[in-house]
Every structure is written in C-alpha cells, then in structure tokens.
Design a protein around this ligand. Structure first.
Ligand code: SIN
Ligand code: FE2
Length: 198
C-alpha cells in the first residue's frame, strides 16, 4: 500500500482470475448499457468511452456533468456486479454500498484531463478506482487546480482509494500504454470508479 497526497494505492490488489471475472461482468454491463462518448460542457467529445451500472450513471453534455437514472437509450443502468461490490466492501466501505459504478474505456490515445469528482452529495464517502487492462499514468494533484501534481503508473489489478484528504483533489490519466496488457484481447484500459451519490 502506497499513500501519496492522500491517495491510497493498493498495487496488485486483484488476482488475475478475479480480473477476468470483472471483465466478463463489465462486458455484460456494456451489453445492456452500451459505451458512449459523452460531450463536455464545452461541446467536445471525450476521448474516453463510458457507461455505468447502479442506481445512477454519470453523464455529461453541454448542460454539464451530472448523475442520471437512465442510459441515453432510455434503459435503466444494470445493477453493479457482485464482483465489483466485493472490492468496494474490502477497500471502500462496509457501511454502505455505492450507487454508481462508472465504467471508463480508454482506447489508443484516450486520456482524461485533470478534474475533481465533486458531483456527489457527501464527500465523506471515498471514490474507489479499479484498473483493468493496459497500464496508465495516473496524475495526482491537490485540492486546487494549480497545486503541484505528479503521476504514477497504474497497472491492471491496482485499486486506488480517493478519499479523506484526497477526496476533492485533482486527478487524471495522462496516457495509457495501449496493448501493454493481455487482459483485454483488443487492447485498452477499463477503469471502474465506485461512488456514493446521494
Ligand atoms: C476518473 O478519475 O474518473 C478515472 C481515473 C482512472 O481512469 O484511473
Ligand atoms: Fe475522477
């Protein structure tokens, strides 16, 4: 376990067979609620493709970022898989389950700019991040956008707790090493973030 700027990184937390199980469960989520590329408030397409599971899904368009109860197609989000909830109960909280599992897919060249996860009602709950597939550089800053930041490698099977002093800290993904893992046969990286919404 490493702690850096309040971010807690559990390297190699998920064994290989459990990673395979998670990918299979996420494929089932994506079959019911297909990946889409949200628009930012500024009207640009995000390079990351997204979907969600749970009572809420994360959504963005020109009206801004928010949680919504349905996939853009109108179907409710599928339930959060048990394999994912088990990780939340180990590394996130045993007190309650999350409302949303945001699923981000990073293909070749995808990245995520520095941002804070601040659309939730109660910041005493952590956000739990689960990395699957290709390696990535995770950038961690502080509560202000101008705070110094540094990046660390995240590998398939790593779990990051964004809680406590880091709960409202800026973070993002600089780049991924496309094809650097064999977990996803076509390459790319899946990141799951679990959130208590309201
Ligand atoms: C996020 O901050 O929403 C995603 C972080 C990651 O992909 O590791
Ligand atoms: Fe985030």
């Amino acid at each position: 376990m490493i702690e850096d700027r309040g971010f807690i990184i559990h390297q190699g937390a998920i064994p290989a067979d459990a990673q395979e199980r998670l990918v299979a469960d996420i494929r089932a989520v994506a079959a019911a609620a297909p990946f889409f590329s949200p628009e930012t408030r500024g009207g640009r397409r995000m390079s990351v493709r997204m979907t969600s599971a749970g009572r809420y899904g994360w959504f963005s368009d020109r009206r801004g970022y928010r949680y919504v109860e349905r996939h853009p197609s109108g179907v409710p989000w599928p339930p959060i898989p048990e394999s994912v909830l088990a990780l939340w109960r180990t590394y996130g909280s045993r007190a309650r389950d999350p409302d949303c599992c945001l699923v981000n897919y990073y293909g070749a060249g995808a990245k995520m700019g520095l941002h804070r996860d601040a659309d939730e009602a109660d910041f005493s709950w952590p956000v739990l991040s689960i990395s699957l597939g290709d390696p990535a550089r995770f950038r961690m800053g502080g509560p202000e956008r101008s705070d110094p930041s540094r990046s660390i490698p995240l590998e398939s099977g790593d779990v990051v707790v964004i809680g406590g002093a880091a709960r409202l800290s800026y973070h993002g993904i600089d780049r991924i090493a496309f094809g650097g893992s064999r977990l996803l046969p076509k390459g790319g990286r899946i990141n799951l973030t679990l959130r208590v919404v309201d």
